[in-house]
Design a protein around this ligand. Structure first.
Ligand code: PRX
Length: 681
């Protein structure tokens, strides 16, 4: 069977998984789902009882919302009046109330084989309390923002939970972002404290994180932000990893000797500060709707948006989606390959799994280093039961065929998950057959930084799967498909995916810019949260997310904005104008194809191509670098001067199916564009 004819094939859930699942059939799912829609407050309130609240919500105040700009400010509030502490719930509650102090919270697997460690819930609690005291010691208070720029190490989890413990708001920036991007995020959040590490190896590549932080601080300083404290983990420096408590661990670590410059008075080593910190720290009791963290995501106008998530709703939603979407049970070992710097890592490496007292693998390296069997070596080493990853990784591994996979047993695998972009049926089948031995259900989870957790997903024991479809809504999610006029389409249809009622995990605002929140997500279709994705519903009511329908695209599961790339490119004095579009890519799903108009007198050359690519890397990060550039002395525009991206997408793909071009100011541009296409192998 090839990928083509499998697209409509239905795969039943594995019977063994089904028998012990939290939700065992589609009917059971439908009953629970209906309750979550009909009585949301009762549904979520019941689940909330398992959590520690210092104060209970006020009666009749459990849900207030407005999704319609005409009716006043957009807002969502769950469980007002309640107070809690998320750190307490994912640590103290697991240790003291659930009695799981000795359970492993994380198996840490380093970049190099043999470099590993582990930490229990009790041990993690001690580290978090200590670091919470370190933060207090350097002046961090409730409501302050703390920037975190770290590799995938246990200290990153410690840093974020320490913020949560004292009511500080963490703003994590993925370690692949450039100094410019880091600075922009630090300035937007007014973060005067930064937590980082000296460096990290990802595969054979060394990233000097502290150096990036230093550069970012210089840039931020020019914009008026004074960073008074940097705390750095010595991860690769001389003596890294050597603690009196863990001599065995230090013996296994490869010997690194990265030297790092520290600024007197401003920079501190993590281990120095921790050495004298008390391990007792009372949690700060936070209001239900106080911010928990800010996480930046691409915005269609170019500047990233600081997505704000709050306390109780986010905790409840990530905990519940984690339990049901992956059908998590206490004896499972769970592994999510996402970096904590993205929302997938926030929700499904840290908060969701820990709220369930799960044992997780935290992997620092890259899946193909030192060889393409690395994921399966790790799977066997820790007996991973649930694996959560992205289609881009699956496609990368497909290139190496079955051999590196079959070398390992993978018998522990039970459920497989995917996230980040639509999964093509060919990759789905490879995941299902070659990786999961046709035994493990695949959950295709559609969600966004903004949604906090899964919104459309199958449940392993309940939902028959169709490769490429995220299937059905999660509890509390009420999806609609709208036409361009905002009218709800019924039955089989295709249009814009929107949600018509609030769920606990949704974002509450854009940091410092509530108007942007309203405009981006609620203005186009009053009364609905607009996802920005296209979606088709089939005859069985299954949802097929078809990809972004705004000026964003998904590279290796990471959202990028065309405007952000364009504004970086046009900063170069040689460039007059730029237009970025998405282009299909075998491994990354999509990549960036950028048309550039150079200023008069500048010649298009290899040198300028390299310069543009490097500039985008420097301004945003390596993942945003255009794969293809095209010299375009003119761009196709409407008479009012708007660039016709639709036409550019077709040119990039060498398709003459241009549609209606009657509004184009100068149709002669088109031929020239086709003539100038670069050779794409
Ligand atoms: O286009 C959708 C795609 O990823 C976008 C959200 O990106 P981001 O906020 O970076 O979060 C990624 C991780 C949650 C969505 O608007 N997307 C995510 N998951 C899927 C998906 N598209 C199709 N199927 C999915 N399972």
């Amino acid at each position: 069977m090839d990928a083509g004819d499998s697209a409509e094939k239905v795969f039943a859930p594995n019977v063994e998984v089904q028998q012990s699942a939290h939700v065992k059939s589609l009917d059971e799912y439908k009953t629970l789902y209906q309750k979550s829609i009909d009585e949301p407050v009762a549904f979520w309130g019941e689940i909330l009882q398992d959590f520690h609240l210092e104060k209970q919500p006020r009666p009749n105040k459990s849900l207030e919302f407005n999704f319609n700009c005409d009716d006043g400010p957009i807002g969502v509030k769950w469980f007002q009046g309640a107070t809690t502490n998320v750190c307490y719930n994912v640590l103290d509650r697991i240790v003291k109330e659930k009695g799981k102090g000795d359970k492993i919270a994380f198996y840490w697997e380093g970049n190099d084989i043999g470099d590993d460690s582990k930490i229990t819930y009790s041990e993690l609690l001690v580290e978090v309390c200590k670091f919470a005291n370190v933060l207090k010691d350097v002046g961090v208070k409730r409501g302050d923002r703390v920037a975190i720029y770290m590799p995938m190490i246990i200290e990153l989890v410690v840093a974020m939970l320490a913020c949560a413990r004292i009511g500080a708001i963490h703003s994590i920036v993925f370690g692949g972002f450039s100094a410019d991007s880091l600075a922009g995020r630090m300035v937007d959040g007014q973060c005067s404290v930064v937590v980082t590490a000296d460096g990290v190896y990802r595969g054979s590549k060394l990233l000097k994180l502290k150096e990036v932080v230093d550069n970012a601080i210089t840039l931020a300083d020019k914009k008026g932000l004074k960073v008074h404290t940097v705390i750095a983990v010595r991860h690769l420096g001389p003596g890294a990893g050597q603690t009196p408590e863990a001599p065995a661990q230090s013996a296994k670590r490869p010997c690194y000797d990265l030297e790092t410059t520290m600024v007197e008075g401003r920079d501190h080593w993590w281990h120095d500060k921790m050495a004298t910190a008390s391990d007792q720290c009372e949690p700060e009791w936070m209001d239900a709707e106080d911010p928990l963290f800010i996480l930046y995501t691409s915005g269609s106008t170019g500047t990233p948006k600081g997505v704000v998530h709050t306390q109780i709703g986010y905790m409840l939603y990530t905990a519940t989606t984690f339990k049901y979407s992956f059908d998590f049970h206490d004896d499972h070992v769970y592994w999510c390959t996402a970096d904590i710097g993205w929302i997938t890592g926030h929700s499904y490496v840290v908060y969701g799994p820990m709220a369930n007292g799960a044992t997780s693998v935290l992997f620092e390296g890259v899946p193909t280093y030192p060889d393409p069997g690395r994921c399966w070596q790790i799977t066997d080493k820790y007996n991973v039961s649930i694996l959560y990853t992205a289609p881009t990784l699956i496609r990368t591994l497909m290139k190496f065929g079955d051999e590196p996979i079959k070398k390992y047993s993978r018998q522990s695998l039970r459920v497989l998950g995917t996230v980040g972009e639509p999964i093509n049926p060919e990759a789905w089948l490879f995941y299902y057959k070659s990786i999961g031995d046709s035994r493990c259900p695949i959950v295709d989870t559609f969600w966004q930084t903004e949604t906090g957790g899964h919104t459309i997903t199958s449940l392993p024991g309940a939902t028959p799967m169709k490769p490429g479809s995220a299937t059905l809504p999660f509890f509390g999610i009420d999806p609609v498909i709208l036409n361009d006029d905002g009218k709800i389409l019924k039955g089989e249809c295709e249009g814009s995916l929107a949600f018509r009622r609030p769920w606990p995990g949704m974002m509450r605002t854009v940091y410092g810019d509530h108007e942007r929140f309203e405009r981006t997500y609620f203005k186009t279709f009053p009364g609905f949260y607009r996802t920005g994705d296209g979606c088709r519903r089939d005859k069985d009511g299954y949802l097929w997310v078809t990809g972004r329908i705004d000026d964003m695209f998904n590279v290796s599961g990471h959202l990028l904005s065309t405007a952000e790339i364009e504004s970086a490119v046009v900063e170069l004095p040689e460039v007059a104008e730029a237009a970025a579009v998405a282009y299909p890519h075998k491994v990354k799903g999509q990549c960036c194809y950028c048309f550039v108009t150079l200023v008069q007198g500048v010649t298009y050359s290899e040198e300028i191509i390299t310069k543009i690519k490097q500039h985008v890397r420097q301004r945003i990060g390596a993942h945003a670098q255009p794969d293809y550039l095209q010299n375009s002395p003119s761009l196709p525009k409407t008479r009012s001067g708007k660039i016709m991206r639709r036409v550019l997408r077709k040119v990039a793909q060498n398709s003459r199916d241009l549609g209606d071009i009657s509004t184009m100011a100068d149709p002669g541009v088109v031929e020239e564009l086709f003539k100038n296409r670069p050779k794409i192998s």
